[in-house]
Write a protein that binds this ligand. Structure first.
Ligand code: PEP
Length: 276
């Protein structure tokens, strides 16, 4: 079984290791999930310098875990409830996830839009994740209307302030923040590197205000929204972007492996130029 590892806390003062997470959303039966992982494992060369997280649907978590047992690929869940157990039909608890996952995505825009998740619910879930040694990947991002009205930063500031209320500095270093402009998710209209960098720098400044500059410097920030093997390097090159949350492209083994490979190359260049 995968050892629970709060990777952020173990890398205090270290450069931030890029993290690529593949969010499969509500795609793939268990059989299809296993085939996809088989091909990814076949195609992926021994890798270092990047953390890879697969985030299949709940029902595929355990079978996928068995395939990942001898690898250093981590497993994440797409969501969870904040209570440990009880009469909450259809929900999955952090106690259940902690046995098999290292990560949990919290507050994805699809959860917010289709299932009514609020910043307050996000906050309860982030706290529950930390109580149970799960690393939360907290998704934030603005709608197209907010983007066009120039309200992106204000909206994200408020998502961070409310979603991360009451989190200690010791826990905060293990946070992953995924900046996902809603207008870029699944649309093929990816944010360009400069826009993504500007917002991710704003996220880091906000984290510095909420926690401390030292903590903010350790938190990994991903970009998400129509990431592909062809555009990933543009994000990884940015000083405040430490990886990607990948949707559609993570369902294709070849594309996902290309994203990982390009991340390693771009991060190597970034280190050489002293940008991280
Ligand atoms: C996502 O769902 O988090 C996402 C970024 O999707 P896509 O890569 O398909 O835009």
């Amino acid at each position: 079984m995968v050892q629970i590892n709060r990777s952020g806390s173990s890398q205090e003062k270290e450069p931030r290791t890029p993290i690529i997470a593949g969010n499969w959303k509500m795609n793939k039966t268990v059989g299809e999930a296993l085939s996809l992982v088989d091909i990814i494992l076949e195609d992926l060369d021994a890798f270092e310098g990047v953390e890879i997280v697969l985030v299949p649907p709940f029902i595929a978590l355990y079978p996928v875990l068995e395939l990942l047992e001898d690898t250093n690929i981590r497993l994440g869940a797409q969501n969870m409830y904040h209570q440990e157990s009880g009469a909450y039909t259809g929900e999955v608890s952090p106690l259940m996830l902690r046995e098999i996952c290292d990560y949990v995505i919290i507050g994805h825009s699809e959860r917010r839009a289709y299932f009514g998740e609020t910043d307050e619910m996000v906050n309860l879930k982030v706290k529950a994740a930390f109580r149970h040694d799960l690393n939360p990947i907290v998704a934030v991002g603005e709608s197209l209307a907010q983007h066009e009205a120039g309200h992106a930063k204000a909206h994200i500031t408020s998502q961070l302030e409310n979603g991360l209320k009451g989190i200690s500095e010791a826990d905060a270093v293990s946070l992953i923040i995924a900046y996902e402009p809603i207008w870029a998710i699944g649309t093929g209209r990816a944010a360009n590197g400069a826009i993504a960098q500007e917002i991710c720098a704003h996220i880091r400044q906000t984290l510095a205000r909420l926690f401390s500059s030292d903590v903010a410097a350790q938190i990994r920030i991903q970009y998400g929204g129509s990431v592909t093997g062809d555009n990933i390097a543009e994000y990884i090159r940015q000083p405040d972007i430490d990886g990607a949350l990948v949707g559609g492209a993570s369902l294709k083994a070849e594309e996902f492996v290309k994203i990982v490979d390009r991340t390693i190359e771009a991060d190597f260049q970034k280190q050489k130029t002293g940008l991280r």
